[in-house]
Ligand binder design. Structure first.
Ligand code: SF4
Length: 357
């Protein structure tokens, strides 16, 4: 097994690291926020969100006492909204029970909502210099190539092996820099296709480089086909031109965000019938469909949707809509839609409606 050139990696990192706002602070709260935002999300996307979020909530106490809707509004477009809800819940625990101090032990930090082994290791190493190694997609790629590991990286056993190696090689004096260095190398040099091995501090010992097998390592088995759902939603307009929006239940996917009511099309169902059925089930009302506003396609991590949005009016004999499967409903002026947090596909609808004014 080749010896990992820790010193060369750290020297490379200190000369080549990219500037990022969370690299300019030692504040554990700010580092924690950055790590939560960076889960499943690219650095370039995160930077403006991070800055706006910390302008609004500069301390853990500010986040703890903020209005939930304001937190979600600042997260709007970043996706995986449970991250924002968990972050605020955990901030409330830190603010109320821990005197505003993030725990610096692995066991204690893992008790906070939304902090799993990866985030715990990242925050502890970067903010507190604790020797916990992180393994994300970049680290998996660098270390499977470096050690010539050909096993499927979707398998937990492969991830465990890489975690074990990372735990062994982490620099105990500079664990935060080590973790960031290896992730940075994966993001900028040891990229998925066409890695720049000639420019890499690990090149002399790297097995994938020496055996010209960067095209085969890491091996990732094909993903199972993701399900695709057609969703029918209704934009119900009242006499004053206000639109009805519904608040998703807190515990559901996209919980705490607003949406236009609707739901999943059943097999062999016409999409217009889906809209009518869903609005009846969700709001207890009957609607007449007017015309289609637009169709929006969107991919989540485990499924894709095609959302069919229809303008609707309440039928003359319909009961008033009431929230049955939502937390609450609200009639809003189209110009006020931008005040509410919406998931991505619904946001496309709100933007279209606001342009039509
Ligand atoms: S030498 Fe090439 S394959 Fe090996 S770690 Fe560096 S960039 Fe990746």
């Amino acid at each position: 097994m080749p010896e990992f050139p820790v010193h060369e990696l750290l020297t490379w990192y200190r000369l080549n690291r990219r500037e990022m706002p969370w690299r300019k602070t030692n504040d554990p709260y700010r580092i924690w926020v950055s790590e939560i935002m960076l889960q499943q999300t690219r650095v370039d996307t995160v930077i403006p969100y991070y800055q706006r979020f910390l302008d609004a909530f500069p301390t853990v106490h500010d986040l703890a006492t903020a209005d939930r809707q304001e937190v979600l509004k600042l997260w709007e477009g970043l996706g995986y909204y449970s991250r924002a809800r968990n972050l605020q819940d955990a901030a409330q625990t830190v603010s109320r029970e821990l005197n505003g101090q993030l725990p610096d032990s692995y066991k204690d930090i893992l008790k906070l909502k939304g902090i799993g082994p990866y985030t715990a290791a990242a925050v502890l190493s970067i903010a507190f210099d604790k020797p916990y190694a992180v393994v994300d997609g970049n680290v998996l790629r660098v270390l499977t190539r470096f050690y010539g590991i050909e096993d499927d990286i979707r398998r937990q056993s492969t991830k465990n092996l890489v975690q074990k190696l990372a735990d062994e090689i982490i620099d105990r004096e500079h664990p935060g820099d080590f973790n960031q260095a290896i992730m940075e190398l994966g993001a900028t040099v040891c990229t998925p296709s066409r890695p720049e091995c000639w420019n890499c501090p690990l090149a002399a010992e790297c097995i994938a480089n020496k055996t010209a097998s960067t095209g085969q390592i890491p091996f990732k088995s094909p993903r199972k086909k993701t399900p695709h759902h057609h969703i029918g939603v209704g934009l119900i307009r009242n006499q004053s031109g206000h639109l009805l929006i519904a608040l998703r239940p807190e515990e559901a996917m996209l919980g705490g965000l607003w949406e236009f009511p609707g739901g999943k099309k059943k097999p062999n169902e016409n999409i217009k019938d889906t809209v009518k059925r869903e609005l009846k089930e969700e709001l207890g009302c009957m609607v007449t469909l007017e015309k289609e506003l637009m169709v929006v396609k969107h991919a989540y991590s485990h499924f894709r949707i095609t959302l069919h949005a229809w303008w609707c009016r309440l039928s003359p004999d319909s009961p008033d809509p009431s929230p049955r499967s939502s937390q609450q409903i609200r009639w809003v002026k189209p110009s006020d839609l931008s005040n509410y947090p919406f998931p991505k596909a619904n946001k496309v609808l709100t933007e279209k409606v606001m342009k039509m004014r």
